[in-house]
Design a protein around this ligand. Sequence first.
Ligand SMILES: [Ca+2]
Length: 458
Amino acid sequence: MKRREFITASAAVAVGLSMLSNESFAKPAGRQQPNILFIICDQLAAHALSCYGGPVRTPNIDRLADEGVRFTQATCVTPFCSPTRASIITGRYPHAHGIVLNCAPKRQEGIHPHDITTEKILSDAGYITHHYGKWHLQGDKLPYYPDMFRPGFEYVQKMQPVFNKVRKRDSSTYMNWYKWPLPVEIEPRFQKAVDALGDRWKGRSLAEFITKMGKLKLPLSQCYDVQIADLTCKKLNALRFGSKPFMITCSFNWPHDPNVVPSPYYEMFDPDEIELPANHAREERFEKDWSREIIRSLGERGMREFLRIYYGMVKLIDDQVGRVLSALEKTAGMDDTVVVFTADHGDMMGGHDMVWKSNHSFYEEVVRVPLIIRYPKKFKPQVSGIATDSTDLMPTLLELTGKSIPPVVQGQSLVPFLTGQKDNSQARQFTFSERLRGQSERPARSPAGYERFVYDSR
Ligand SMILES: [Ca+2]
């Protein structure tokens, strides 16, 4: 999908913006310039984490929550990857920034070098900017991301010798997850549930990601998310004596599929002890979605295996967050840095007898996301119930760094609500999610209730 089809409507505003010089966003003299460490996970449901009352004990993420602001009503602008990620860095909704599908060659263009993003503004104003990990917004030649480490490119290249061995040694058993051939050991009881499927899923494109869930037989050091944490720690260390402020994004791929996790995380949760969600309410219109079909076909055994792996992945991420925070403490200093922890969207995690996010619903489980901001110089530790979504992150970070918020930004800065300058009643009362493929839908959600309406965005 060409982005210009969507961007035309806002062309007049965009032209106005492009007339502003870089200096328009330059830092005011003498204003404090905090660093930013932006940690984002893929498909992490808020209700997995212990600080949100979830089943996985996550002491490192909980520490951020205890020392920062934990948002209880943060939502994503759409429950899948690229559009939400674009909203996070542009402060605009998918219908405005034009990335409405997951980016792929010939299907959906991604971020262009001239697009106004948080990092572009900060880089132009003298910040050092880096992005490590999942990106999913194409835009390979962005000057403000000089050393990306993307799952389908740099990681695959680095892992080629290992992956070549896997292809030979485990030729019939590895999980073929996009360009990653992953050696997996499948638990016998789960294998029985898979065998019972027979040929039912044969030839279907995503079937292997489900039928080969299990223990990943790779050392931790070779896992993508561990390498992302390595790179982040290394860069934090390298910048320790620098005079310029930085923004580093540490973007984990898990707990999104591949649904595999290595030892010791695979063994951390006994699948038979896991408490299954109480909500089994199902709607006929979602019965054919993968999210539902996975559990419909593989039953309780499939759900238990999915959840034990999902929880293990969350635990692994929490440990990586701990490593990154420890590196930050030793280098830039925690209190001079705005630390954000969030996710692009959630996961059904068994609710409505579904897993994953690949469905057409806007259920709470996929729309609500964890959001924590730690910056003790400005924000006292607190729990905030303000209505906030993906578009608010850019204006919030720009205000904290003393930059002007471009007029095309649709989100609101959360800063005045967190410092007490404004009361929550002055904030917007609704957040929005939208899907712009097939029948366009745009449900609005308020912390107090929920309403859905359909609109035609084109
Ligand atoms: Ca995602």
